[in-house]
Design a protein around this ligand. Structure first.
Ligand code: ZN
Length: 292
């Protein structure tokens, strides 16, 4: 039953009838999302969306951690020109905010929004650490099943930026908790995330994938068109409450933070908030025009 298509940074399998599983597969890099993974993920979601035989999609991460966030150490020598863009902002190359806005609109905000709108049910299976850009991947999915060891954190405020590019925090945990979570940059445990409504179920780590598969199997027995329209109805309910406009404004403020950091620190984040192992490397390799 299982079919696999080869990607560089992910795997794509069909573990059950009508169920696709996309697995982040850069475990040595804690599944950090670089350019290649971004476009691999996009191709995989498109493949599952276009396949009439697929009715549910699981997004998982190769052990030990779901995702450490965006890859701040560079993009493995690749540039935007190595990929077909899906939006039309164009070149990432212009200096200053122009290039950064194009880059982050395409690969962070735009891609995440596109994956959120994949017209089939998606289930994130999250274990271990889920940090910053990793949150965006989990949030893009309709359902989040967390292992009991899963922990969620957005440390971007420590880096002088007002949260990740896909600013879903208030929608995921409520405004008051979103403020506490962002201000403190604390870890949010799986069980508390469930109580807040961000996570659907918490299960023992050994049962994470089997639980996600069992749910996907149940969902996949429903008529596909009804599933698509149900997802659309819920997404539109949230969007009617103002999510896209609020998120667009947050993205603009995020860009303001980057520009401020370049003016003050010479790089788009406050280096004082970067993890020690990455600080020098990021400043040296990424340069002032790089994105977070
Ligand atoms: Zn950014």
């Amino acid at each position: 039953m299982s079919q696999q298509t080869t990607f560089d940074t992910i795997t794509y399998t069909t573990p059950l009838p009508h169920v696709a599983q996309i697995t982040l597969n850069r475990p040595k890099a804690r599944n950090a999302q670089d350019l290649q993974m971004t476009y691999d993920l996009n191709a995989a979601f498109d493949r599952a969306a276009a396949d009439d035989g697929i009715r549910a999609i699981i997004l998982a991460g190769a052990d030990p951690h779901f995702c450490a966030g965006h890859d701040l150490s560079g993009d493995s020598g690749k540039t935007w020109e190595d990929f077909d863009q899906i939006h039309n902002w164009g070149s990432f190359d212009p200096a200053g905010a122009e290039g950064r806005f194009a880059r982050e609109s395409e690969i962070y905000r735009g891609m995440t929004e596109r994956w959120r709108n994949v017209p089939k049910p998606t289930i994130a299976a999250v274990q271990g650490k889920c940090i910053a850009g990793g949150l965006m991947l989990a949030w893009a999915c309709d359902i989040i099943i967390a292992a009991d060891d899963a922990e969620f954190r957005d440390p971007v405020v420590e880096m002088g930026v007002c949260g990740v590019e896909f600013f879903a925090h208030p929608w995921e945990v409520g405004p008051r908790k979103a403020k506490e979570w962002l201000f403190t940059a604390d870890w949010l445990g799986a069980e508390e995330a469930r109580q807040l409504g961000m996570v659907n179920q918490v299960v023992p780590r050994a049962e994470l994938l089997t639980t996600a598969l069992a749910m996907a199997e149940r969902i996949a027995k429903k008529p596909l068109f009804a599933l698509k329209l149900t997802k659309e109805a819920v997404n539109q309910a949230q969007d009617t409450m103002g999510r896209p406009a609020a998120m667009s404004q947050a993205f603009s403020l995020h860009q303001l933070c980057h520009s401020h950091n370049v003016q003050v620190h010479g790089i788009p984040v406050d280096p004082g908030g970067l993890p020690e192992g990455i600080r020098g490397r990021f400043a040296k390799k990424a340069g002032p025009e790089a994105a977070e």
